[in-house]
Design a protein around this ligand. Structure first.
Ligand code: FPP
Length: 228
């Protein structure tokens, strides 16, 4: 299906992995594994539907409070994903990573840098993974950078250049699965005028039909950006 008025940049809050596993009597990490599969399928769907920019909230700064074994399982998933980014390259997709990445082992950080470099010239979908990401952390980090460079930054545009998302368009649509209706510190600067679509579907069950439904809903909204 060809969609009209597609959002330029879609953010995904992938919530509900834990509940998906609990419903099946499985440990939470199994939910994350299924969530990883849903993420990969979703990237394919986004490519097929002609989206240009997508950002997935895969690990928040607050997620550091989770039990050690759950964090380890998530890190393992990210690592495994980074081991095979050829598929993304084959699909002409570009990978980017945003967040306080120093939290990850040096070997993982190296794989992220290599994945960014290997796909930098691709011209299709830009797929950004928010890892150990927090919007407040991002703003503080930007302010620190401006101070350390001794710069005066007065415009929103110039300030945006100091964020992890430098060079990316603002987010137009945020899709959150798992039934909660909050932003949870995700792209708080970039989503100032975003539209929101919430679904009770748990992330591992989120698929193309629901993505298309969300895009349709977005296309029917009237966006005035504070004007009339
Ligand atoms: C929130 O659901 C989800 C996370 C904290 C992790 C999201 C990660 C993935 C979907 C894996 C992505 C994989 C790659 C390779 C990028 P929750 O665990 O808080 O669910 P709950 O609210 O049901 O407990």
């Amino acid at each position: 299906m060809i969609h009209k008025n597609l959002p330029v940049h879609v953010g995904f809050i992938m919530d509900g992995n834990g509940r998906w596993a609990k419903k099946r009597g499985l440990p939470r990490k199994f939910g994350h594994r299924e969530g990883g599969k849903a993420f990969k399928k979703c990237v394919d769907d986004c490519i097929e539907l002609g989206l240009n920019h997508v950002t997935f909230y895969a690990f928040s700064t607050e997620n550091q409070k989770r039990p050690k074994d759950e964090i380890e399982a998530l890190l393992k998933l990210f690592d495994e994903y980074l081991d095979d980014i050829r598929e993304m390259d084959d699909k002409n997709a570009r990978l980017r990573f945003i967040g306080d990445l120093g939290f990850f082992p040096e070997s993982t950080q190296k794989k992220m840098r290599e994945a960014e470099e290997a796909t930098a010239k691709n011209t299709g979908l830009t797929c950004t993974l928010a890892l150990n990401y927090g919007g407040r952390n991002e703003i503080l980090h930007a302010v620190g950078k401006i101070i350390s460079e001794g710069k005066n930054v007065y415009s929103e545009e110039d300030f945006g250049g100091y964020l992890y998302t430098a060079g990316m368009p603002d987010v137009d649509l945020i899709i959150r699965t798992g039934g909660e209706r909050r932003l949870s510190n995700f792209l708080i600067w970039q989503a100032a005028y975003a539209e929101y679509v919430y679904t009770d579907t748990l992330w591992p069950d989120f698929g193309k039909k629901e993505l298309e439904k969300a895009l349709k809903e977005f296309s029917e909204r009237s966006r005035r950006f504070g004007g009339v």
